[in-house]
Design a protein around this ligand. Structure first.
Ligand code: HEC
Length: 87
């Protein structure tokens, strides 16, 4: 049974579409009641430097509704893709 969890994680990380859905689902669960995706992307837009943005988001979200590192990673990935789609 114990092997199933790392295997499932590996699958999620290895399959972009699955990882994307996980990020979207986490965002829906953790963030959407206060921010819709467009609003969250609008918040990110002034942070034009990708490295600075990633570091800022990591700091911000670790204290703001996404304390779990895995969840935070999925949500940040989802937001980065949403931001990329609006460029
Ligand atoms: C309970 C409502 C609520 C939830 C849930 C919530 N937020 Fe927020 N968020 C706010 C409010 C209010 C602010 C503005 C005040 C602040 O910065 O804390 C904000 C600010 C932010 C900011 C900008 C902060 C800044 O310093 O400019 C980001 C980015 C953000 N939220 C992303 C998220 C993400 C991603 C999630 C899900 C993990 C999330 N929020 C969940 C209410 C919420």
């Amino acid at each position: 049974m114990k092997i199933l969890i790392p295997l499932a994680l590996l699958l999620v990380l290895a399959t972009p579409s699955v990882a994307q859905q996980a990020g979207e689902a986490e965002f829906g669960k953790r963030c959407a009641r206060c921010h819709d995706t467009a609003a969250a992307v609008a918040i990110l837009k002034p942070h034009t430097d990708a490295k600075e943005r990633a570091a800022w988001l990591e700091r911000k979200l670790s204290r703001h509704h996404a304390r779990d590192a895995g969840e935070r990673k999925a949500i940040i990935g989802y937001l980065e893709r949403a931001l990329g789609a609006t460029k």
